[in-house]
Design a protein around this ligand. Sequence first.
Ligand code: NAI
Ligand code: 15L
Length: 279
Amino acid sequence: MQHNHTTTSKGGDLLLTGAAGNLGRVLNGPLAALCGDDERYAALRLSDRVELGGGSLQGVYRPCDLADAAAVIELLRGVSAVVHMGGISMEGPFEPICDANIRGVVNLYEACRLNGCRRVVFASSNHVTGCYPRYQHIGPSDPFRPDGYYGASKLFGEGLASMYFDRYGVETVCLRLGSVTREPEDARALATWLSHSDFIALVKAALTASDVGCLTVYGVSNNEGRWWNSEGWARIGYQPQDFSLPWVEQISAKRFEPGSAMERLQGGSFLGIGPFDPR
Ligand code: NAI
Ligand code: 15L
């Protein structure tokens, strides 16, 4: 899925949201190195609503709650591109998801528009299509089938990305990430795994490719029997190098209950969470 017309701004900072989270930490070193090498970025800015914690993270820390519109506008001042990893990353009750993933992306895109930031790499999720049956091969052009509030919130983010490109020229690559872990951890991950090294390559490709417009791609390694196609990968120059096959004997018995929605549908464990009483 893609539409197009474009601009690339130069010289501002690169902002990484969700910098204290799992994937923020995986990206920290590679994005700091990119800022050193690429004249498009002056410096790496790290943001999260919590302290960054231990370890030696590189970059300038700017605490910010994505639900706070004024704070997000301030955070985006002088930023030319955003890698947006911040938000609720699990299925759960609606209110926290609404604050972080719905109000949060509205605030982020509005701050991009106001500050002239022209590129976002958005951590969407495979849970946008988590209600498809396992083994059905799908791609970004197929209809959405979210598996919960979390998946639906990511779909909202993709919709907003499309609108901010069409109306205001803010480019986005929406990454429908699979399961980003050091090693694949269960039978589902044999299809859904995205290795750390492929993930880093995917984010860098999404950030630096020219004229992306608003593009949605799945983020997955080159796993045999993966459920998601490669539509859009050539557009940004992403070619996964890793695959889950070496772990097949070790993890293929780690499955959900036969016949359960978690086992039948692509979204896995998230199908076992909820419903939630909104009162
Ligand atoms: P994580 O939960 O470890 O990190 C998310 C970070 O966002 C946390 O540090 C949290 O403090 C921060 N955050 C949450 N609400 C916030 C708010 N209102 N304001 C500011 N910061 C807030 O998640 P992880 O694994 O690092 O994932 C990063 C992104 O990638 C998330 O958006 C997630 O939905 C998405 N994703 C991750 C996948 C994975 O395999 N880890 C797969 C698919 C999507
Ligand atoms: C996601 O969207 C989650 O953020 C991550 O924790 C994993 O559960 C992943 O999807 C997955 O589907 O494995």
